[in-house]
Ligand binder design. Structure first.
Ligand code: ZN
Length: 111
């Protein structure tokens, strides 16, 4: 978590960590933190300063069961952008699979 820094504002939200749920999918001997705090980070793609809220972290690690080594790297806009590209690629792959062969394929081969 070294690249994160805590917002200096005193009203920064903190949420208690549910240690029963934290890191369940990790083989880790490191102990769970007591609290999640809002964390500041810069988007990997556009470099924009972002806040990863304590609430989002709790959801990420406890509800989604993500590995404790993972964390937010992109802002929502860049994240949505990446998702859109992935979906487009998947759609393209499907289309290629379902595409009928070129009707003149036999013709070309038999010249
Ligand atoms: Zn971004």
């Amino acid at each position: 978590m070294g690249r994160f820094k805590r917002p200096k504002n005193k009203d920064a939200v903190r949420l208690p960590v549910d240690k029963e749920k934290w890191g369940v999918n990790d083989n880790t001997y490191s102990s769970a933190p007591d609290y999640y705090y809002d964390e500041e980070y810069n988007c990997r793609d556009c470099g924009k300063a972002q806040v990863w809220s304590a609430e989002q972290q709790k959801h990420w690690y406890e509800e989604l069961g993500k590995t404790i080594n993972s964390s937010a790297v992109r802002c929502q806009i860049c994240h949505a952008h990446i998702q859109a590209i992935k979906e487009q690629q998947q759609r393209h792959m499907k289309e290629m699979k379902n595409k009928p062969k070129h009707p003149n394929e036999g013709f070309f081969k038999n010249i």
